[in-house]
Design a binder for this molecule. Structure first.
Ligand code: ACM
Ligand code: ZN
Length: 519
């Protein structure tokens, strides 16, 4: 495969010949683009052993040039990449475009370019080509659940690196759960002192009685979070934090029992499945707690969008709680469902006062929902989501049957994932603008280590990256399949534990067996 680029560029003209990167290759750029020189140096100097010189003024041949031009007729994130035998030119309107042009150039270099030690006896050939490229969607996200199992800073950084390679630009960080609170909050130290550790971990499935037999825990300090946010920013990735309100909150309640309806004591959950132990919105202190936490969160994360979860909120305790019932009466709410809408809208106003915007899973949907809230679609009523969009409101699509990377390959093979389209049927014209893009969630109930994490994600995340970037007309599974085969060597150098061909598209027999026996 001559041009094994993923996601597939939207316009590509094949050219004959090769540019050869060697000791004499030098980079030409203006002052504004110097950071790209360091990115390029970082990428090529170790594997090649060359020292890339900058701005040898008179040199015309054997150069790589970065050009920023605000007047280029290109989309915001778009770029031009022109490779001839004499020189390489990357042009864009904004820095982000130059960055993506560089990621494409990276993928045209031999896979050995990803090696973290010098490679001898190789010619660093880059096939000539002319590319004009831009994304289909502006929201190209990946979500990592670090609560069900904790993954440290190194895993997060590797994730961000691999996202940048695929031109993904939103890292949705799922930071709070029943099974663990993973973000340091200075005002409430017990959230991590108590809430970040659990006694044990359920194995196999959410009704199983099998346990691992040892405690599990971990959290990020605010310093580590700042480091990650900065690391992501350098890769043009926005980090969207998720703080679950009002459900999935048992770990916070284990730390501060006064946050739940009857002030009773619970442990950080060691089992999975939907929990009924949730925050009590009938208490003023709980709103104060949410606002305090989100204030620290906003100080750490510059993202305009803040995710407040909102999924899977069993209201059993609210029905029995005098404080919740009092608030329902006082605010003239219809019922407990309406109480969740009240909670969501109160948080949306609070975020808006601070220049931010609320996002939540599709359970937040309601006629009375604050119009600016972004719906994160994952399951249940597509009709309701369609209605939300038709009212001119925004949506990001993570339909579980196509995008949940934690699902097994037997039920969700690569080819099925590739067939996904985030635009719901029945949308047209202006409505299409409200589909901001897609996200690939990776929930980690049954994913205890990095090896499994990568196996679940790769290569399906690459299919979803292509769906989020490449226009529908330019998508083609046969082409993707071939490019992926050529890409595998690159993943090997990047030390990614991906599913191989047999594993990512299991046989029909294996899939039928799964349907019948459930495994
Ligand atoms: C979800 O999977 N509960 C959003
Ligand atoms: Zn209550």
């Amino acid at each position: 495969m001559h041009y094994p680029i993923i996601p597939r560029p939207n316009k590509l003209i094949e050219r004959k010949g090769f540019f050869i990167l060697n000791e004499e290759t030098c980079v030409k750029t203006s002052q504004e683009c110097t950071k790209f020189v360091s990115y390029l140096k970082e990428l090529v100097e170790t594997p090649t052993g060359f020292t890339i010189d900058i701005n040898s003024r008179d040199k015309v041949e054997n150069t790589i040039e970065f050009l920023l031009n605000k007047n280029l007729a290109l989309e915001k994130e778009g770029y031009h990449l022109n490779i001839t035998e004499d020189k390489i030119v990357i042009k864009a309107r904004e820095s982000v475009g130059l960055f993506y042009g560089m990621q494409t150039l990276r993928q045209l270099l031999p896979p050995e370019i990803e090696s973290n030690s010098p490679i001898e006896d190789i010619e660093w050939k880059i096939p000539c080509v002319s590319i004009e490229d831009y994304p289909r969607f502006k929201w190209r996200g990946h979500m990592l659940d670090v609560c069900r199992h904790f993954f440290g800073v190194d895993v997060v950084k590797k994730t961000l690196n691999l996202m940048a390679l695929q031109k993904l630009n939103v890292f949705h960080w799922h930071l709070t759960e029943d099974q663990g609170w993973r973000i340091e909050i200075k005002k409430y130290p017990k959230l991590t002192d108590i809430g970040s550790k659990r006694a044990d971990t359920q194995l196999k499935h959410s009704r199983s009685r099998k346990f691992r037999g040892k405690p599990h825990g971990g959290f990020y300090t605010q310093e580590e979070i700042r480091e990650i946010v900065e690391y992501a920013k350098k890769r043009f990735i926005t980090v969207v934090p998720e703080i679950e309100i009002p459900g999935h909150s048992q770990a916070a309640i284990a730390a501060y029992p006064e946050l739940t309806c009857f002030g009773d004591n619970f442990e950080v959950a060691s089992t999975f499945g939907v929990k009924k132990i949730i925050y009590c919105p009938g208490k003023d202190e709980v709103f104060k707690f949410w606002k305090d936490v989100l204030t620290e969160v906003m100080n750490l994360f510059p993202s305009e969008v803040i995710h407040i979860g909102g999924d899977e909120v069993p209201k059993d305790r609210w029905q029995e709680c005098p404080d919740c019932q009092k608030l329902i009466k006082e605010k003239n709410l219809k019922n407990e469902e309406d109480l969740q809408v009240y909670v969501t809208n109160t948080m949306a106003s609070f975020l808006a006062e601070n220049g931010r915007r609320l996002m939540g899973w599709n359970e937040i949907l309601d006629e009375g929902l604050e119009p600016n809230a972004i719906c994160h679609y994952w399951a249940h009523s597509e009709k309701e989501v369609l209605k939300h969009i038709k009212m001119g409101r925004d949506m990001v699509n993570s339909k579980n049957k196509f995008t949940y990377l934690n699902y097994g390959y037997k039920g969700m093979p690569l080819e099925k994932v590739y067939s996904f389209d985030p635009v719901l049927e029945g949308l047209e014209g202006e409505e299409l603008k409200h589909v901001l893009g897609l996200e690939t969630p990776l929930w980690t109930e049954w994913i205890p280590d990095q090896k499994t994490l990568e196996f679940q994600a790769f290569p399906r995340i690459m299919a979803l990256a292509e769906i989020s970037w490449t226009s529908k007309e330019n998508r083609d599974y046969t082409s993707f399949f071939q490019r992926l085969q050529a890409f595998e060597k690159r993943l090997d150098y990047l030390k990614v534990n991906y599913a191989n061909e047999e594993e990512r598209n299991p046989s029909l027999i294996a899939r039928i067996r799964k349907l019948i026996r459930g495994k």
